[in-house]
Design a protein around this ligand. Structure first.
Ligand code: SF4
Length: 229
């Protein structure tokens, strides 16, 4: 497994870093050469965009963590906040507001004042991948940041995995066997004090094709909300 020690900037002088520092990659993280090159090309083309690994958003003391696939090119990669600025965010944030996991008004901008309540959002892969498709090696290379993110959440009880890639990466983080915890929309998998809730990803493609309806998406968060009472 790739370790954080290969990242540029080593503030701990070779000593193990606390999870809080390990949870967020350097903005020039070089660990996935293909994604780093894609990021550089985007910086040259769109210098006003974020174009860096997108940090987690929300409350580290929250009991709920939502894990997506990766930043969308014109969504989180542009704005710097997970699921902000593209179609997937419209459905996700509307649902979080409905179930009390967010407060404010979502306006698709990182400065819209929206706050998450008892909840945090992250991605299995922190850099935007071409065609929204990270390679298996890139998913595993970025996994230590996901693991460290979970370490920074002492009260974590529920994880919603949006899509199969997030689900599979979470299984590895949680030490669950794939055969014992297959991905299925609405499935719930127990791992010690944490439950993993599966949902189809709230992408435009999935909603346009009715693979995921808003009602199906809401039902996952209704279950999480009920379980956290
Ligand atoms: S995807 Fe993750 S590991 Fe790969 S370059 Fe970006 S931050 Fe680094």
């Amino acid at each position: 497994m790739t370790t954080i020690s290969t990242i540029e900037n080593d503030p701990a002088g070779g000593q193990p870093l606390p999870a809080l520092l390990r949870a967020e990659p350097d903005r020039n993280c070089p660990l996935c050469p293909r994604l780093a090159a894609f990021r550089e090309a985007a910086r040259a083309r769109e210098p006003g965009w974020f174009n860096s690994p997108v940090p987690s958003f929300g409350d580290p003391d929250g009991r709920l963590l939502i894990v997506g696939l990766a930043p969308g090119l014109q969504g989180a990669n542009r704005t710097g906040r997970p699921f902000t600025g593209d179609f997937a965010g419209d459905l996700l944030y509307a649902t979080l507001l409905e179930y009390g996991f967010a407060r404010g008004v979502y306006q698709a901008r990182p400065d819209d004042g929206l706050t998450l309540v008892d909840c945090r959002i992250s991605n299995a892969v922190r850099c935007v991948p071409p065609q929204n498709k990270p390679l298996p090696l890139e998913i595993s290379t970025c996994r230590p940041f996901l693991s460290a993110t979970i370490e920074t959440m002492p009260g974590l009880r529920a994880i919603v995995a949006l899509g199969r890639v997030a689900h599979d990466s979470m299984l590895k983080v949680l030490g669950l066997r794939a055969a014992a915890a297959p991905f299925a929309h609405g499935a719930i998998h127990a791992a010690a004090a944490v439950k993993l809730y599966d949902s189809y990803h709230c992408s435009r493609y999935n909603t346009n094709t009715r693979v995921l309806t808003p009602e199906m998406f809401r039902s996952v968060f209704a279950k999480v909300k009920a379980d956290l009472r």
